[in-house]
Design a protein around this ligand. Structure first.
Ligand code: APR
Length: 312
């Protein structure tokens, strides 16, 4: 196939990303992991599924970064997942070292790729990737906003019984408990959410969205969410490869937009062949801007902590 996507970290999110991507038949896939035999085994198993679903996709499992050469997209999921009681920030240093090393390795072989980061703490790991590789900001994107927005959409569909396709939600800000679900910009087929859902129920949905990752961790007990995060990556990858100019919330490097500077932060972006083609600026009221500022302060603090602990 003409396009190639390498996924670093063949654990739950990495291998499920490969699965969603193979279903879409948009690129050949390379799965990389440090666990001996695991990426090879998963890739072979998935390869053996291709005749059943009728897709011609090459899926290679490997521990050798040379196999990732000339990837169009590199997805980084390598790291440790969150365990119950562990915040995303607890993962900071361990995952920073892993992400820095895999970003450097892949960059050697695919300097022109678009990099999509999933490893948590997301906003900080995306920053780490840009700093360690020297990639331009438009080619480094964090996956978070599609997932957070999808969680809110799913909860609204569950409450109203309306098709998920009619439900539009926009969750901005950092990928943490201070994320900002924008009610005013969210709607059901163009109708404000308040017309469908009572205020207290909507409040509960917003809170559940903010804690959506933790809810899954609490249920799974041994890992974190993987179906929805990997589905979001597949949507981003397809938008980039097909140069769709799809507008979705993602973590982008901000340089003054939304009054935020020097961090990766969840905002609506236009995805195309160059990665982030454009950052979209919504008109926000004072309350929304204040919530975003609070969230940005949390991401800034995480980046500052990281700088004191590891060399960037
Ligand atoms: N190089 C390559 N792979 C690595 C490395 C490394 N240096 N270090 C760890 N890995 C691999 C692990 O071997 C494991 O297979 O990363 C994989 C991570 O997979 P899981 O443990 O299943 O975790 P997952 O649920 O996929 O989450 C990965 O994404 O959503 C975030 O918070 C989550 O940070 C976590 C990441």
């Amino acid at each position: 196939m003409a396009n190639k996507i390498s996924i670093i970290g063949a654990g739950m999110t990495g291998s499920t990303t490969a699965h969603w991507l193979a279903e879409r038949e948009i690129a050949d896939i390379v799965l990389v992991d440090i666990v001996d035999g695991m990426p090879q085994g998963k890739a072979l198993d998935m390869t053996e599924a291709m005749p059943v679903i009728g897709k011609d996709v090459s899926i290679l499992g490997t521990s050798d970064y040379a196999d990732t050469k000339d990837s169009d997209i590199v997805v980084i999921t390598a790291g440790l997942p969150r365990k119950p009681g562990m915040s995303r920030e607890d993962l900071l240093v361990k995952n920073a070292n892993i992400v820095a090393s895999v970003a450097k390795e892949t960059y050697k072989y695919s300097p022109d790729a678009v990099y999509i980061i999933l490893t948590n703490p997301l906003d900080t790991m995306t920053y780490m990737t840009m700093k360690t590789t020297g990639l331009p900001p438009n080619r480094v994107i964090g996956q978070a906003g599609i997932l957070d927005s999808a969680r809110m959409r799913a909860f609204i569909a569950m409450e109203t019984g309306v098709s998920v396709q009619n439900i539009n939600c926009y969750v901005l800000g950092g990928h943490g408990d201070s994320m900002v679900p924008l009610r005013r910009h969210s709607n059901i087929a163009g109708v404000p959410l308040e017309k469908y859902i009572e205020a207290d129920k909507l409040d509960a949905i917003v809170q559940r969205t903010r804690k959506g990752g933790g809810e899954i961790v609490g249920l799974l007990k041994t890992g974190s969410a993987f179906y929805a995060p990997s589905a979001a990556i597949a949507q981003m990858a397809e938008a980039i490869l097909k140069d769709r100019h799809l507008i979705v919330p993602c973590a982008a490097y901000l340089q003054g937009e939304y009054g935020v500077d020097g961090i990766f932060f969840g905002v609506p972006v236009m995805l195309g062949k160059n990665g982030i083609e454009k950052i979209i600026e919504y008109d926000l009221n004072d309350e929304e801007m204040a919530a975003l500022k609070k969230s940005a302060d949390a991401v800034h603090a995480s980046v500052e902590t990281l700088k004191t602990l590891v060399e960037i």
